[in-house]
Design a protein around this ligand. Sequence first.
Ligand SMILES: CC(C)(COP(=O)(O)OP(=O)(O)OC[C@H]1O[C@@H](n2cnc3c(N)ncnc32)[C@H](O)[C@@H]1OP(=O)(O)O)[C@@H](O)C(=O)NCCC(=O)NCCS
Length: 138
Amino acid sequence: MADSPAPARTPLGQLVIRTIAMPADTNASGDVFGGWLMSQMDIGGAILAHQVARCRVTTVAVEAMTFHFPVLVGDTIACFAELRRVGRTSMQIHLEVWVQRHFEATELRVTDGVFTYVALDGTGHPQPVYREGNPRPE
Ligand SMILES: CC(C)(COP(=O)(O)OP(=O)(O)OC[C@H]1O[C@@H](n2cnc3c(N)ncnc32)[C@H](O)[C@@H]1OP(=O)(O)O)[C@@H](O)C(=O)NCCC(=O)NCCS
């Protein structure tokens, strides 16, 4: 029996950010900064963490960041977030960025990483992540 082709990899998680890499996001060589991409991922992960915790959140750790391919000016970037683990006050979120190059139909996964966010109370201290059935945080 002939081998069936491997299924195409699709983004994991939900779309949280879609934007375009602009010239202002580049370094002196004209390449898009990894830091800019990380900030998009940080914001995208915070959007999901905020939806989950239903309160103020902050980033406590970033790990397992890998840059697979460069991002070019004009690329449309799409950031996808997937909740991996909920602790007492923390949430681990896997983030991927996919790009669509100018005039090309295919999408390419350019980076991924795991970000950890902490739910905060009004004074900036960790508080338990909201769970169904618990009192809603103020
Ligand atoms: C996030 C912060 C409030 C945590 O305060 P803290 O006193 O360390 O709190 P805790 O030790 O109780 O840790 C809170 C949670 O974070 C987790 N955590 C702490 N450090 C971590 C790390 N390096 N990696 C992964 N998780 C971590 C803990 O395991 C805990 O999770 P849990 O409750 O689900 O078990 C504090 O470290 C802080 O304000 N950091 C700066 C955050 C910030 O400014 N981020 C933006 C960077 S520009």
